[in-house]
Design a protein around this ligand. Structure first.
Ligand SMILES: [Mg+2]
Length: 302
């Protein structure tokens, strides 16, 4: 049964399965050749894509709790015909996904609200940007790491702080005025909670699910480039939201890759390619783009 408090995650078919070769056929040779290819290979099972370990782990959690605390919707710009191979692969892996949308080439943005989507994970930058612009949490996945071996009994999710869990307010000061001004600003406003960022609600929902699931099953880490001098505002912000994270790393500029290796995240969310790029070689990673009207958008559209 579906819980009212469920986290609804839309996964694109290219995030769930490795469809890179097929996507190249579509982009280089057009819809007709692509459709023929998918039809000829309908019974050839697709390999897992970057979001597969996370989806599999969440569906296992639903089974364990006998409740759909996480609702997965597969969303694709395929049409129902070309989508058959995806459906067959979902059956093959025995993934308990009950909802699907095949939009036949239409951008997915308009359907996210219809399916009550809280989070979109996709490889399509346009779909992700559209979702973000409509204030729906969304992230663009990188290709999956080789030899990723997720924890079997625990779902591990790692979030960046500024411009992901928190708003981009502090990030803008850092970018425009430098590190010293940022530290000074964060000390002055240490007692004032940071505004919620694009993934703030996702964290709150996951936190509720964690408490329903008796802790233990989902482990959440905050991995931020902030240093210890600015940690107070972060901790007080999370406290004011009524959420706790299991682990927090204030790296003061150190690379995030090694921490992620140690934490072994099922997925890592960050707004900056300089963090998600290297991290994606180790754990499945996704970049959270800025809204088009954000002052940060121009600087990091990659
Ligand atoms: Mg950030």
């Amino acid at each position: 049964m579906n819980s009212d408090n469920a986290l609804v995650i839309a996964i694109s078919s290219r995030a769930l399965f490795d469809l890179e070769r097929e996507n190249r056929i579509f982009e280089n040779e057009g819809l007709e050749v692509y459709a023929d290819f998918q039809k000829d290979n309908e019974s050839s099972i697709l390999e897992p894509g970057p979001a597969f370990p996370l989806v599999e782990a969440f569906l296992k959690l639903n089974d364990k709790l006998d409740e759909h605390l996480i609702e997965i919707v597969i969303m694709s710009q395929n049409n129902p015909q070309t989508g058959m191979r995806v459906m067959n692969s979902i059956d093959y892996y025995n993934l308990g996904i009950t909802r699907a949308a095949f939009s036949g080439g239409q951008p997915l943005g308009a359907f996210l609200t219809a399916y009550n989507v809280d989070l979109l994970l996709s490889k399509n930058s346009q779909d992700v940007q559209d979702a973000v612009d409509n204030s729906i949490a969304a992230a663009q996945l990188y290709s999956p790491p080789e030899n990723f071996n997720p924890e079997a009994d625990e779902i591990r999710i790692a979030f960046d702080g500024d411009a992901v869990l928190f708003s981009d307010e502090a990030e803008i000061i850092y970018k425009q005025q430098g590190l010293d001004a940022f530290i000074e600003h964060e000390k002055i406003f240490a007692k004032q909670p940071l505004p919620e960022g694009p993934f703030g609600r996702v964290l709150k929902t996951l936190s509720r699910i964690k408490s329903r699931a008796d802790g233990g099953i989902i482990r959440i880490a905050l991995i931020t480039a902030r240093d210890r001098l600015t940690h107070e505002r972060v901790v007080l912000t999370l406290r004011s939201w009524g959420v706790t994270v299991d682990e927090a790393y204030f790296l003061g500029g150190l690379p995030k890759k090694e921490i992620l290796k140690a934490f072994n995240a099922h997925i890592f969310f960050d707004d900056q390619d300089k963090h998600t790029g290297p991290a994606s070689e180790i754990v499945p990673s996704a970049r959270v783009p800025y809204k088009r009207d954000s002052e940060l958008h121009e600087n990091n559209t990659k």
